[in-house]
Structure formats: structure tokens, C-alpha cells
Unconditional design. Structure first.
Length: 565
């Protein structure tokens, strides 16, 4: 239940704090007094988008706060999931701060919250029905949604959507496989040609670098032989070779070591150097023996390098990437040639998903018809209470299983109405008047309210287009509804306002050269004056007497209605 609404620096509101009571609360006031601003403030509190110029001129920010008590468990589940603790006495306090630049912050029980959380909380706390909502009855495509809402079939419809989506996804996957299978022969030939080409090339990682090195040796074999032989001669076989010089030095050091054993270290180093020089000389000699011109081998290397270059240009990348591509082609070819098993599995999956969706569609159709039979009786009773005695209401379905299946099942639903005894049932969307639509929508909302036992109900000028006796029965119905739920209504009709348990007056006045809106609960005397204003605009004695008579009549009828409820 909405307990308190506090608004500051919002549009023409300087500061207002309203306390709402259980039962039927009504807000009245002249056009432009600020009634709609209060409802907009509540909408902003619950995650609505504030207008860019909503902050009162001259203020840095606007603040709207709402206190809710008797909060349903579903709302606490939302807060628990968001990591927000319960407030004292199981209350929820929502605070929204809107800066003049348009940015805003939101808090729930003192913790920062995002707008998505506020929007998720909103339907658990309030349900708002606008003045044009009854026009939704003129949209035949919306009748099924209303039937599902009144019957509480939301979870069943959601399961239908999930099953249909699974079937649709399975059909898409199957069709994709069929299309792929149709193109698999041509693709398999291409893959097989590419695989044969890359496999036949016998690619080896690092091969290209090795071939380039060998080709360089063959191209420069004579120069390499000259250089290597010269190096070998300098080390071993030539005049004044390094081996001969170190050998003489080693003989001298050995003789000196007989005198001073401390020369053992240099002697060991010279012996090691001599051994390494002799080993290097052997390696140079062996390398030199391998160097000889080989034009045939050079041609082989050139052909191989040209083949590798062609493959790299054709397929792109390095030899390593070509080897990887070759391995991938093997898998792709297996998939292209062996898709029958996958096709069979996808076919079975699609058939099972369709069977599952059809079974749920049948269940949903049965549930809707059960709800429809109950709804027809309930709406007839509600319409009788709303001064449509003898009216008949019927829910009709298009043929079921012959229709294409959709996310909402098979059913097309349309409401039919015979507003007066003896009339033929006709499509409600075409024959109902504005007043009849208002009463039928109120009847539907009353029935829905019986299922939703927590959220406050807000009716924003649902009396649009009605008056006289119809307004009286709407007022009586709203008071009856207030016995079970907190009801807030904005109205311009004094007949409806007279039925309220609590009356809040909204006014505007000039203060320091600026327009300021204010709102407060009305006393008995003030309430008579407000109803008199609504009746005729002038506070004449006759208007006051008429207002007092309305209150007396509504109190009598309201009490009987309450006891009957």
C-alpha cells in the first residue's frame, strides 16, 4: 500500500507531503492544479522517465519519495536478488533525485538502485489504469492478453513462449542443416581438391627456411670453399698456423712449469685451446669436402621453393598456417561428407520440440476456455452492478488446432457484447459505446484486482466520457474495490468523488509572484465546498445542498455496497 508521497521542487510543486489511507482515496482539483503532476511524480519514483524541464525553475534538483507498507513477498524477492535489505517494519522507501540537468539518482531503503530495479518493483507495488485504457478494448488483438491477465495465465503463456521458441530454434537449425546438405556435394569436391593439394605437397614446418639455407650454400659453394680452406690453413695446415704456434708455446710453458708449478693453469688453458683448434680444423676440413657445385640439386630446391611460394599465395599465410589449414580441411570434409547423422538428430529434435509445443498449446487452450467460461459469468455480474442490467458478455475463440502455432498458442480471442436484453451478441470492439467500454474495463480490472492482492490500484480519470447514473455506479464500484485494496482515483466527477473514503484536494495559488501547487486531505466542510465547486463552479447555497445530498446518498449506498461485498 502506498502510504506516503513526498514531492519537492517538481514543476509547480514547491513541497507537498501526502499521506494515503486504506480504502478509496480520491484526488480532485481544477484543471492544471497539479493532479497529473502528482501521478507523474509517483511514476518517476517507480522508474519512469522524468521530463527534461521537470525540475522547478530556480531549483538545483527535484526530489520524489514514496513509502510503501504491507509490501508483498514478490517485491522482497526482487530486493533480495538486488542485495538490498529490508527496511524497518517491512517498509520500502523509494527516493528519486532529479538534477536540473536531467541526470538522476535512485535509492531503495537508502541503497543506490538502478532504474531497471525500480521498474521491476513497480507492478508489485502499484497498478495504474489511465483514462484512455478502456480504448484498448477496441483492439481485438488485445482481448487475448486481457483474458490471460484476468485468468492469471501469465506463467502458462510464458511457458508457451519458451516451448515455441525452442521449436522455432530447432526448425531453424534443421533448415540450416538441410540447406548445408544440399550444398555439401559441391563443397566436398572443393574441400577434397584443396586437401589433396596441401596433403600432396607434404608440407613440413620450418622447411622453407631450411631450403633457403641449402640453396644459399649451393649458389656460393666455390666462394665458401675458398674461405673455409683459407681458415683451415690458418688454423692447422698452413705456414705459421695457429696450432703450430700454440704447440711451441705449450712446449715452452711445460719446461717453465718444472721450475714453477704455478704455471699449471696457463699450461692447461693452452692444452685446451690446442685441442679445440685441432677439432675446429677437422670440422672445417669436413665442411670443405661437402662443398661442390650441384646444378641438379639447385634446380630441385628452386622448384620446391616455387611450389611453397605458390601455395602461400593461394591459401595465404605461412607454411605453419598452411599445415593448420590442411588439418582443418580434414575435419570440414568429414562434416561435409558425413552430415546424415546430424541431419537425423536435428530432425528428431525438431519433431520432439513441435510435439512439446503442441501439447502445451492444447493445455493453454483448455485453460483459456475454462477462464473464459468463468469470466463470462463474472463480467455479467459486474456489469449488472455497473448499471448494465441484462447485458451479456461472451468470449469467442477462432478454431484452434487448424491455426498456425505462435508464441501465444493457437487461440485468437474476441469479446462479444449484447448491452441490452433481446439484442444479438456482436463484436464488442465495434458496438460498445465509450461509457460501456469504461464500465467493462472497470469490471475487468475489478476481477483482476481480486487476484492481485497487494498492489495499490490507481485510476487516472477512468470516468472520462461517462456521467449521471453511470458515474454513480462507477463510484460505488471503486468504493467496493477499496474494501479489498487501496484505490487512488483522479476524477472530475463529483458523483464519483462523493463515494471516496478519503478526499484529497489539489489547488494552485500565487506565492511571491510564482504559481505553487498544494494538496491536503479535506475536512468534512472543505469536502462539501469542493464537491459544490465540481458541481457548478459557484459556491452557492444550492450547490452546497446538492453536495451534501451527494455525500449522504453515497454514504448510504456505499455502506450497503460494502456490506454486500
Amino acid at each position: 500500500m502506498l502510504r506516503t508521497l513526498r514531492v519537492s521542487d517538481l514543476a509547480i510543486i514547491d513541497e507537498i507531503e501526502l499521506v494515503f489511507e486504506p480504502g478509496f482515496n480520491v484526488l480532485t482539483g481544477e484543471t492544471g492544479a497539479g493532479k497529473s503532476i502528482l501521478l507523474h511524480a509517483l511514476d518517476v519514483t517507480l522508474g519512469g522517465r522524468p521530463d527534461a524541464d521537470l525540475v522547478r525553475s530556480g531549483a538545483d534538483e527535484a526530489i520524489v519519495e514514496a513509502l510503501f507498507t504491507g509490501v508483498p513477498a514478490s517485491a522482497w524477492e526482487q530486493l533480495d536478488d538486488a542485495g538490498i535489505r529490508r527496511g524497518e517494519n517491512d517498509e520500502i522507501v523509494i527516493r528519486r533525485v532529479i538534477a536540473a540537468g536531467g541526470r538522476s539518482r535512485a535509492y531503495v531503503n537508502g541503497s543506490l538502485a538502478n532504474l531497471a530495479l525500480l521498474r521491476e518493483l513497480a507492478p508489485h507495488l502499484v497498478r495504474v489504469y489511465g483514462q484512455d485504457e478502456h480504448q484498448a478494448l477496441r483492439r481485438v488483438e488485445g482481448h487475448r492478453e486481457m483474458l490471460d491477465a484476468v485468468g492469471g495465465l501469465g506463467s502458462t503463456v510464458e511457458e508457451m513462449r519458451r516451448r515455441y521458441d525452442r521449436w522455432a530454434a530447432a526448425k531453424t537449425a534443421l533448415q540450416d542443416r538441410v540447406n548445408a546438405r544440399a550444398a555439401s556435394v559441391e563443397r566436398a569436391e572443393l574441400l577434397r581438391f584443396q586437401l589433396d593439394e596441401l596433403s600432396g605437397a607434404n608440407l613440413q614446418v620450418g622447411e622453407e627456411e631450411t631450403l633457403h639455407a641449402e640453396r644459399a650454400r649451393l649458389q656460393h659453394s666455390e666462394k665458401l670453399a675458398t674461405l673455409v680452406n683459407s681458415a683451415e690453413a690458418s688454423v692447422y695446415s698452413g705456414d705459421a698456423a695457429a696450432v703450430e704456434s700454440i704447440g711451441r708455446a705449450l712446449t715452452i710453458i711445460r719446461e717453465a712449469e718444472r721450475i714453477d708449478a704455478g704455471l699449471a693453469g696457463p699450461r692447461v688453458l693452452l692444452e685446451s685451446a690446442l685441442a679445440e683448434l685441432e677439432e675446429a680444423s677437422g670440422a672445417l676440413s669436413r665442411y670443405a669436402r661437402t662443398l661442390h657445385p650441384d646444378p641438379a640439386r639447385l634446380d630441385v630446391l628452386d622448384d620446391r621453393l616455387a611450389e611453397l611460394s605458390r601455395l602461400r599465395r593461394k591459401y595465404g599465410g605461412t607454411i605453419e598456417e598452411l599445415v593448420k589449414r590442411r588439418d582443418e580441411l580434414k575435419s570440414d570434409l568429414q562434416a561435409a561428407e558425413g552430415g546424415d547423422g546430424a541431419l537425423a538428430a536435428l530432425t528428431a529434435e525438431a519433431e520432439a520440440a513441435e510435439k512439446d509445443a503442441v501439447a502445451w498449446a492444447k493445455r493453454l487452450a483448455v485453460e483459456r476456455r475454462r477462464v473464459a467460461h468463468s469470466l463470462e459469468r463474472s463480467v455479467a455480474a459486474e456489469l449488472h452492478a455497473l448499471a448494465l442490467e441484462g447485458a451479456r458478455f461472451q468470449v469467442r475463440f477462432a478454431e484452434g488446432e487448424g491455426r498456425p502455432l505462435s508464441t501465444t498458442g493457437w487461440d485468437d480471442v474476441e469479446f462479444y457484447l449484447a448491452a441490452n436484453p433481446g439484442e444479438e451478441l456482436r463484436p464488442l470492439a465495434r458496438v460498445a459505446s465509450g461509457g460501456e467500454l469504461s464500465r467493462i474495463m472497470l469490471a475487468l480490472k475489478t476481477l483482476t484486482a481480486a487476484e492481485e492482492r497487494s498492489a495499490s490500484l490507481i485510476f487516472d480519470e477512468v470516468d472520462a466520457g461517462v456521467g449521471g447514473a453511470v458515474a454513480e455506479v462507477i463510484g460505488r464500484k471503486l468504493r467496493q474495490l477499496g474494501v479489498r485494496r487501496q484505490v487512488l482515483s483522479v476524477t472530475h466527477l463529483p458523483v464519483i468523488a462523493a463515494f471516496a473514503d478519503h478526499h484529497i484536494g489539489v489547488t494552485k495559488h500565487q506565492q511571491n509572484g510564482r504559481t505553487v501547487s498544494s494538496a491536503r486531505p479535506l475536512s468534512s466542510t472543505e469536502r462539501v465546498a469542493e464537491l459544490a465547486r465540481m458541481l457548478g463552479g459557484q459556491l452557492t447555497r444550492e450547490a452546497r445542498e446538492h453536495a451534501e445530498q451527494l455525500l449522504r446518498l453515497s454514504a448510504g449506498k456505499g455502506s450497503r455496497a460494502t456490506s454486500a461485498a
